[in-house]
Design a protein around this ligand. Structure first.
Ligand code: DO4
Ligand code: MG
Length: 275
């Protein structure tokens, strides 16, 4: 089952049929004691609708915060060590990769987040910007993973590499986060064989493409959530990006009008243009 937030309201999709969700707000759906059961009841109790329009899909976020995990793939560890070696920060990334406590950082709010088809941004004061395609956990206020979406953790690598203490500026700015298209609602973990694909299209041609499987994710999603919820409450639930395992070569930086396409097969395709 997939859940969508659109300009025309909320919809659940199963087997290609869409059903309108009338009574519950987006935040109430996140907080529901039994979201899967509630959506099944909608599917069984309502007639399918033709009102759903893909062009009206919004980012699947309302009052939720977006957090992110870092250095959860070996590739990210290596790239970060390289970018920060002149700043003497390389060792931190190596240490956090193998430490028991993960790196978790605040990433975004609804106002800084775009949905499918929205425009992500690169900072005007950054010279080296990349997308980070990340499996994103959807979590209810009780700390249970209720589903999955696709996230793009847009990052300014030159700012982050200059000094690890600049991380919030490299990561949090207007248009720095994309989520969507909808939420795959399931209480089952995704198979380890699940692939994340990234394509960056420039002038109609693929400028960069890469992929990674969840087998390469070093941390158990449930353990990431357990750390996030330690002494920290999320009354409306939250999102947790699980880190990137795809890093374009050091010579690559995003440009205005690039198209970033991220595919995670059971969830869908998140495509955004760079403003
Ligand atoms: O440690 C800096 C950020 C790491 C990150 O965003 C990632 O590994 O995906
Ligand atoms: Mg990231």
């Amino acid at each position: 089952m997939k859940l969508f937030r659109t300009t025309a309201g909320r919809f659940v999709e199963e087997d290609g049929h869409f059903y309108r969700i009338e009574r519950l707000t987006w935040d109430a759906l996140f907080a529901h004691q039994d979201l899967e059961g509630c959506l099944k009841a909608v599917i069984e109790g309502e007639a399918p609708t033709t009102d759903f329009r893909p062009s009206e899909v919004l980012a699947p976020i309302s009052q939720q915060e977006v957090w992110a995990a870092g250095v959860t793939y070996f590739r990210s560890r290596g790239a970060r060590m390289e970018e920060s070696k002149d700043a003497g920060g390389g060792d931190f990334y190596d240490r956090v990769y193998s430490a028991e406590r993960p790196e978790l950082f605040f990433k975004s709010t609804a106002s800084r987040t775009v949905g499918v088809g929205g425009k992500v941004r690169i900072r005007a004061d950054a010279h080296w910007s990349v997308p980070e395609p990340e499996l994103t956990l959807v979590i209810n206020p009780r700390g249970t993973i209720i589903g999955y979406t696709i996230g793009n953790d847009m990052s300014s690598r030159d700012i982050e590499g200059e000094n690890p203490l600049y991380l919030p500026q490299a990561k949090v700015y207007d248009g720095s986060c994309a989520l969507g298209p909808g939420i795959l609602v399931t209480s089952n973990p995704l198979p380890h064989s699940t692939e994340i694909l990234l394509e960056i299209v420039r002038g109609g041609r693929i400028e960069f493409a890469g992929s990674i499987a969840l087998t390469e994710l070093k941390r158990d999603p449930k353990v990431l959530v357990e750390y996030l919820f330690r002494d920290n409450s999320f009354p409306n639930g939250c999102f947790l990006m699980t880190g990137t395992g795809i890093v374009p070569p050091g010579s690559f930086t995003l440009a205005s009008r690039d198209i970033i396409r991220i595919t995670i097969e059971p969830i869908g395709v998140l495509e955004n243009e760079v403003a």
